[in-house]
Design a protein around this ligand. Structure first.
Ligand SMILES: *[C@@H]1O[C@H](CO)[C@@H](O)[C@H](O)[C@H]1NC(C)=O
Ligand SMILES: *[C@@H]1O[C@H](CO)[C@@H](O)[C@H](O)[C@H]1NC(C)=O
Ligand SMILES: *[C@@H]1O[C@H](CO)[C@@H](O)[C@H](O)[C@H]1NC(C)=O
Ligand SMILES: *[C@@H]1O[C@H](CO)[C@@H](O)[C@H](O)[C@H]1NC(C)=O
Ligand SMILES: *[C@@H]1O[C@H](CO)[C@@H](O)[C@H](O)[C@H]1NC(C)=O
Length: 425
């Protein structure tokens, strides 16, 4: 309606209005308290990985919430397991967060930890048991909240999850019961979600998630892994938008995800944008990597050799057998610090001189290439984080959630999105 009105005004009248409009926008954002959060992966703590992110190295003052990952679901609804995530460290994580005035949460599930989400909430009896499991867990560790990272309700994730047509309805009933609990009522509850609203009984995106909006504090839409080794061509890990990309390569984006969730009844200020401090690597022949006739300008959406998965950095998954017993080759995941370590970017996060680089102005994401190894990487940098931050601010989203805290280098990404999204506090 306001744009209709503007159409009827003269150009000078519009220009006169602009300062007021901007003031209105600025006022709206400075009074909101945005969420600035990231997941802390327990398996990247000192003693678990090289390099590592020690609690003392976390930039606590730059976050409002930090989420320890993962408490994995187990075959017994009465237990969740921290065994893959340095269980001894969790109490120090919570204490350190609290010492900095940061909310400490734990994420339940994850890619490898969602095997029993469905069975844990499948019946009224199990929901009651699982509520007790998580209430006891939150109490034991003095948590401020829980994040539900079920990948995914009524959509198969890793390949061996229990799954049921009623998953989404059962998930909602479970969260409602947790909210009715005296401890659960005080917890900050969030869900890490896919780009589409939780699948309904037909496997289609739910058209009404307003029930979830009532019981969750926020959702973190995991707008990453949109393209990876499973894709048909090299594409952005975390596109802001893709309506301007060739139709064959429109695989999902932040803008489309926000539109889908809001259309289903999730308020904008309860949508936190999930952002990635890592990228994906692809084997791309030199003859495909550049636009025709150029030796320097990288091509977008080139084909890649899926039989030749490049290694990422030292945090990348080694080839091996997954939780479902299926062989997986190395992931090719490279963190932002890995791009610097491997000589693609300088320590200020810009491309090293001579490294082929492109910033795709449609998806607003960068790519680099190594002509010797013939590896192309789609990733995020300070610019793509700034653009996402500006989107969060202009759209009135709830904030950002970065996977993962340890992927950044000298807070280049974190500082960029904090400034642009208006969460500076
Ligand atoms: C309920 O939980 C138990 C124990 O975790 C599990 O064995 C059972 O299969 C679950 N029920 C359903 C219907 O999934
Ligand atoms: C799904 O829920 C409906 C309604 O509660 C119930 O009748 C049906 O048996 C459930 N189906 C499965 C597969 O659990
Ligand atoms: C793809 O990679 C595999 C494994 O390294 C190699 O054997 C094959 O020749 C490559 N294909 C092409 C088209 O380069
Ligand atoms: C490309 O890979 C080669 C071989 O591993 C390496 O020596 C070189 O430093 C890399 N260049 C960049 C820019 O990453
Ligand atoms: C991206 O840049 C190209 C070349 O400058 C331009 O033609 C195109 O319209 C731009 N696309 C978007 C989405 O801004």
């Amino acid at each position: 309606m306001s744009s209709m009105r503007l159409l009827m005004l003269s150009r000078s009248q519009v220009l006169a209005l602009l300062p007021a409009l901007f003031h209105g926008l600025a006022f709206g954002t400075t009074t909101s308290s945005k969420i600035a959060t990231a997941w802390y992966a327990g398996w990247h703590a000192p003693g678990q990985a090289v390099p590592s992110l020690a609690l003392s190295q976390v930039s606590w003052e730059k976050y409002t919430h930090l989420t320890y990952s993962f408490a994995e679901t187990t075959a017994d609804v009465r237990e969740v397991s921290l065994s893959g995530s340095d269980p001894e460290l969790l109490p120090s994580f919570v204490a350190t967060a609290h010492a900095h005035g940061v909310k400490a949460k734990v994420s339940v599930g994850g890619w490898t930890g969602s095997l029993f989400w469905s069975s844990n909430v499948a019946t009224a009896q199990n929901r009651t048991l699982f509520v007790k499991t998580l209430v006891d867990f939150a109490t034991k560790y003095d948590l401020d909240g829980l994040d539900f990272d079920w990948e995914y309700p009524n959509v198969q994730g890793i390949g061996c999850n229990t799954i049921d047509v009623n998953d989404t309805a059962n998930f909602l009933a479970f969260i409602q019961e947790l909210r009715a609990d005296p401890v659960g009522s005080k917890l900050i509850l969030s869900a890490a979600t896919s780009l589409s609203p939780f699948a309904d009984a037909n496997g289609d995106p739910s058209t009404d998630v307003s029930g979830f909006a009532k019981v969750l504090d926020y959702i973190a839409v995991m707008n990453y892994d949109v393209n990876g080794p499973w894709s048909a061509a090299v594409g952005p890990n975390a596109p802001l938008r893709d309506s301007c990309a060739p139709a064959d390569f429109q695989a999902g984006s932040a803008v489309d995800a926000v539109a889908a969730w809001t259309a289903a009844g999730m308020p904008l200020d309860k949508i936190v944008l999930g952002v990635a401090s890592y990228g994906h690597s692809f084997s791309v022949a030199k003859s495909d990597a550049f636009v025709k006739g150029s030796k320097t300008q990288l091509a977008l959406y080139p084909p890649f050799n899926a039989s030749n998965a490049p290694a990422g950095d030292s945090w990348d998954d080694q080839p091996g057998v997954d939780e479902g017993g299926n062989f997986e080759s190395q992931g090719g995941v490279i963190d932002f610090w890995g791009l610097i370590q491997q000589g693609y970017l300088t320590e200020t996060g810009v491309p090293v001189t001579g490294v082929p680089f492109i910033f795709d102005n449609c998806t607003q994401t960068p790519y680099v290439y190594n002509g010797t190894t013939e590896v192309m990487i789609s990733f995020d940098n300070a610019r793509s984080f700034a653009v996402k931050g500006e989107y969060i601010k202009s759209k009135g989203l709830g904030g950002f959630a970065m996977w993962e805290a340890g992927g950044d280098f000298n807070d280049i990404l974190l500082d960029s999105i904090r400034e642009a999204s208006g969460v500076l506090n």
